[in-house]
Each structure stands twice: as structure tokens, then as C-alpha cells.
Design a protein around this ligand. Structure first.
Ligand SMILES: Cc1ncc(COP(=O)(O)O)c(C=O)c1O
Length: 356
């Protein structure tokens, strides 16, 4: 029940790990050709899952690296030097924007009270000084979601670009980046995508030619594989690449992604809502306070519960092989492979541990 933190990697990954070892053991220099095919296949599979065209998405080790790379594409000159964001971001987001303060970026943080986004307050802060709006699709802390179609339309009317951290939603909530017209979407494999060690960045294809990252690397160049210095950019989202990639993480993550894509995100979302709905009902019946929004359209894949001595309860549950995470609240994030019966097993165990 820990997918908002670290999702389960399917057993098929064992085969990929074994093959990778064989590749290393019997090394040949042209291994890289196959690895590039695998890297591109994974990037295009993530793209397909979020309604993006092939070639519009790049992968790297983590979201922080990719966010900083996107941030390095802009000149933060007044009057448009502001980055509107919220206080419900994953900690990497404020850290990166504060660091870019050195180059003139001014983070404009909308306060939320710690659980729910105030969409009106957020939109009221977007004006002719706003260069970027950088928000999550769903909060890692509370599971509350933002109405992205409304936000993107509002930001674009004001001439601002929208960067979305969708780490907590891609794989469990439907997201069609093309229909949405959003500018940049970031996410990663190791939660709801049942992968490991890789993150992604989608950039709206008609925006891509206008963005030139200063934080870059040779793989972003137009003649990278000739091993001469490039003078131009690679085609498509490859311009947001860095240095030598680590293919293993894409190859392993492909296994989980293929399983999820086979089920389809709308079906995953229906099952997720049924599971989180059951958690909410059972919590209400047991007198456990639910922190996350209870309205289906507002909640992401996680339910946060306010449990006394929650961190110790989490540890006692883990000793019973019942896994969730604790970040001030107990965070319970079932995925498509969890059953409603398992949700009941979880809630029975939780109620017992609280009573202890
Ligand atoms: C919303 C969100 N963004 C980003 C991250 C992680 O970013 P990174 O890949 O840089 O560690 C997480 C969780 O680890 C998250 O929940």
C-alpha cells in the first residue's frame, strides 16, 4: 500500500537484471546501439501513457535534475521573472527555485494551509510578471489534486508557461498532456509506474525549439554520437538530455510500465478510487481522521490518515508485512495489484495497532 512512496517492481524485472549482467559480462562496444533502442522505447512508452507524441519526452536519473535543466532554459529578467508555486510542493521544487534566485528567478509561493490547494488564490497570483507556474498535479503530502485544465488555460491567458510535477499521478490518474496543452510535465518511475531509478520530462513539441538549457550535456547535441562537439541541438526532447544515460533503469522500468499500459489508466483510476473509497469509509467507521480530500474528483491515489503515534504504528504494521509510509500522516496508496480484500486486511491491522 506504499505506491505513493515506492511502487512494487514486477517479477519480470528479474529477467531484465539477469540479461543486463550477461551484457556487462560479455561486453561488446556496439551494446550501446541496443541500449539506445531500449532507452527510446521506454521514453516513448511513457509518452504514450500521457498522450504525448513519440520523441517529446526525455528521461534522466531523477526529477530534480530535469527540473533544474528546465529552469536553466530561461532568462529571469523583470518584468517576467516570477515563478508562481505553492507550499505543498515536494521539497525539491522550492529548493531548485530558490537556487535559481541567483539568476534572478523570484519564487512566489501561494500558501495552502498544508492540505488543499486554493485554486482561486493560485490563479489570482498569476499575472504579467509570471514567467512560469510550477505546481504538482497531486500533492505528495495530502493527495489533493489541482484542476489542471483550468489552471493551464488561466496561465496561458496571462502569458505564463506551466510546469507540472506529476510524480504522484502518472500511472494512477489519467493525464493527456496534448489535450491539456500543458508546457512541461515531470514525473518518475519508482512510484505509480512500478519502475525504478528513472524520471522523465515532457516538453510541448512546439515550445521545444524555443528552449535552450544551460545545464546540459553532450547527449543533447545534434552530432552527439559522432563524438565531435555539437554546435546545435538534437531533435525533439533529446535536447533536454544530459550526459551518458544509465540504461538499466529504463529497461527494468519498462516491465512495470507495459503491465500498467495493458490495464489502461482509466481502469487503474476506477480501481484506485474504489480502494481509497474503502479506506475512507473504514476510517470514518473506526473514528480515524482522514486528512486527504474525500471527494473522488479531488483525491489522488493516496489517503492520508491522522493516526496518533503514526510513525510507530507504521513500523509495527511493517513488522506484520503491511507496508505504508509516514510523512507526518500515515499515507496509504493502494495500486491496481492491491485488492479490496487487502484494503480490509490493512484496515483491520491498522485498527488493531491503534487499539494497542
Ligand atoms: C511530487 C514529487 N516530486 C518529486 C519527487 C522526487 O523527486 P526526485 O526524483 O528528484 O527525487 C517525489 C517523491 O520522491 C514526489 O512525490
Amino acid at each position: 500500500m506504499n505506491n505513493n512512496s515506492t511502487g512494487a517492481v514486477p517479477q519480470g524485472a528479474q529477467r531484465v537484471l539477469a540479461d543486463y549482467w550477461e551484457t556487462l559480462r560479455g561486453w561488446r562496444d556496439d551494446v550501446w546501439q541496443d541500449w539506445h533502442v531500449g532507452l527510446d522505447r521506454y521514453a516513448d512508452s511513457v509518452a504514450a501513457l500521457i498522450g504525448a507524441p513519440a520523441g517529446s519526452l526525455v528521461t534522466d536519473a531523477n526529477l530534480s535534475t530535469l527540473l533544474a535543466r528546465i529552469a536553466s532554459c530561461f532568462d529571469y529578467r523583470p518584468p517576467r521573472d516570477r515563478v508562481v508555486t505553492t507550499d505543498l510542493e515536494f521539497p525539491t521544487v522550492p529548493f531548485v527555485w530558490n537556487a535559481f534566485g541567483r539568476y534572478g528567478a523570484r519564487a512566489d509561493v501561494v500558501a495552502t494551509g498544508g492540505v488543499r490547494f486554493d485554486q482561486d488564490a493560485l490563479e489570482a497570483r498569476i499575472d504579467e510578471r509570471t514567467l512560469l507556474v510550477c505546481v504538482p498535479h497531486a500533492s505528495f503530502a495530502s493527495g489533493d489534486t489541482i484542476d489542471l485544465p483550468r489552471l493551464v488555460a488561466h496561465a496561458h491567458d496571462a502569458g505564463a508557461l506551466v510546469v507540472v510535477d506529476a510524480f504522484q499521478t502518472v500511472g494512477v490518474l489519467p493525464l493527456d498532456v496534448t489535450a491539456l496543452g500543458v508546457d512541461v510535465v515531470l514525473g518518475g518511475a519508482h512510484k505509480w509506474l512500478c519502475g525504478v531509478g528513472t524520471a522523465f520530462c515532457y516538453v510541448r513539441p512546439d515550445l521545444t525549439p524555443r528552449l535552450e538549457p544551460a545545464a546540459t550535456g553532450w547527449q543533447a547535441g545534434d552530432v552527439a554520437l559522432t563524438f565531435r562537439p555539437s554546435t546545435g541541438w538534437a531533435a525533439g526532447a533529446q535536447r533536454f538530455a544530459g550526459g551518458t544515460p544509465f540504461p538499466l533503469t529504463s529497461l527494468v522500468s519498462q516491465v512495470g510500465l507495459d503491465l500498467l499500459a495493458g490495464v489502461g489508466v482509466p481502469a487503474i483510476r476506477r480501481h484506485s478510487l474504489a480502494c481509497t473509497g474503502r479506506i475512507i469509509e473504514r476510517a470514518a467507521a473506526a473514528g480515524i481522521a482522514v486528512v486527504s480530500p474525500t471527494e473522488p474528483h479531488r483525491r489522488g491515489g493516496v489517503v492520508c490518515l491522522d493516526v496518533p503515534d503514526g510513525e510507530a504504528v507504521k513500523r509495527r504494521l511493517a513488522a506484520r508485512d503491511v507496508i505504508c509510509s509516514w510523512r507526518g500522516w500515515l499515507r496509504v496508496g493502494p495500486h491496481v495489484y492491491n485488492t479490496l480484500e487487502e484494503v480490509d486486511v490493512f484496515m483491520d491491522a491498522l485498527e488493531e495497532e491503534i487499539r494497542r
